[in-house]
Design a protein around this ligand. Structure first.
Ligand code: TZP
Length: 225
């Protein structure tokens, strides 16, 4: 069993260059339908896609399987229309069912090497909160990580204490897969995270809670290029 796992890890070890081919975006929008100022999630995401968004993660943890699946189908149709990537949080089954581009795993989700066995073509993101988690995610076959919260976030209790810029810098120096800084990222601190080694950013409120989502998305993308 261990030998099989090790072989899979070896077979799936990729170069940074290859990872960047799959992860061809630098702005990663994560959904939270409770932070859209009353707009439907589909409307909010459509506005972001119109602003140029190329990657979205469906993360509605309180929805039941059927509702989540229905939303995932809708988002799949929408993201294909705008040539954007769709990721599903944690639910590999739903990612496969709707033919999403990838899955985004929590620390306690099924690990990346096991996802690859279920569906080798899925791009795999992993949420990390420390250097140790980041190194482990890379070793286990993640294609990219989110790291944070870097700064305080509106729902700070849920995500733990901010880890700060120094940790971001240290992790960025130690891993080879793309790193998306997350947690309290805004236009005002975007430069700081990018200057400290982030390859991109993952955002909820700065986009979904903006009055004009399309314009907010466009602003982030302009600063990221
Ligand atoms: N993981 C770490 S912080 C966070 C997640 C999902 C929330 C990010 O939300 P915001 O509004 O972009 O700070």
């Amino acid at each position: 069993m261990i030998a099989l796992k090790d072989n899979l890890l070896l077979a799936e070890k990729k170069t940074k260059e290859k990872h960047f081919l799959a992860v061809d975006f630098n702005l990663y929008l994560i959904t939270d339908r409770n932070q859209t100022r009353g707009k439907s999630l589909i409307k909010a995401v459509t506005e972001a896609l119109k602003g140029g968004l190329k990657a979205v993660q469906l993360r509605e943890k309180d929805l039941g399987t059927r509702q989540l699946l229905a939303l995932a189908y809708e988002l799949r149709e929408l993201t294909l229309k705008y040539d954007a990537r769709l990721f599903i949080n944690d639910r590999v089954d739903i990612a496969i069912a709707v033919d999403a581009d990838g899955v985004h795993l929590r620390q306690d989700s099924i690990p990346p090497y096991a996802v690859k066995r279920l569906s080798p073509k899925l791009i795999i993101g992993v949420s990390t909160h420390s250097l140790e988690e980041a190194l482990n995610a890379e070793k286990r076959g993640a294609d990219f990580i989110t790291l944070g919260p870097i700064y305080p976030t509106p729902s700070k209790l849920k995500y733990g204490k901010p880890i700060g810029i120094e940790t971001l810098k240290e992790v960025a120096e130690r891993i080879t897969i793309p790193l998306f800084a997350i947690g309290g990222i805004k236009l005002e601190n975007l430069k700081e995270v990018m200057d400290n080694g982030a390859d991109g950013i993952a955002v909820i409120s700065a986009i979904l809670s903006a009055k004009d989502i399309k314009t907010a998305t466009g602003r982030f993308l302009r600063l990221l290029t």
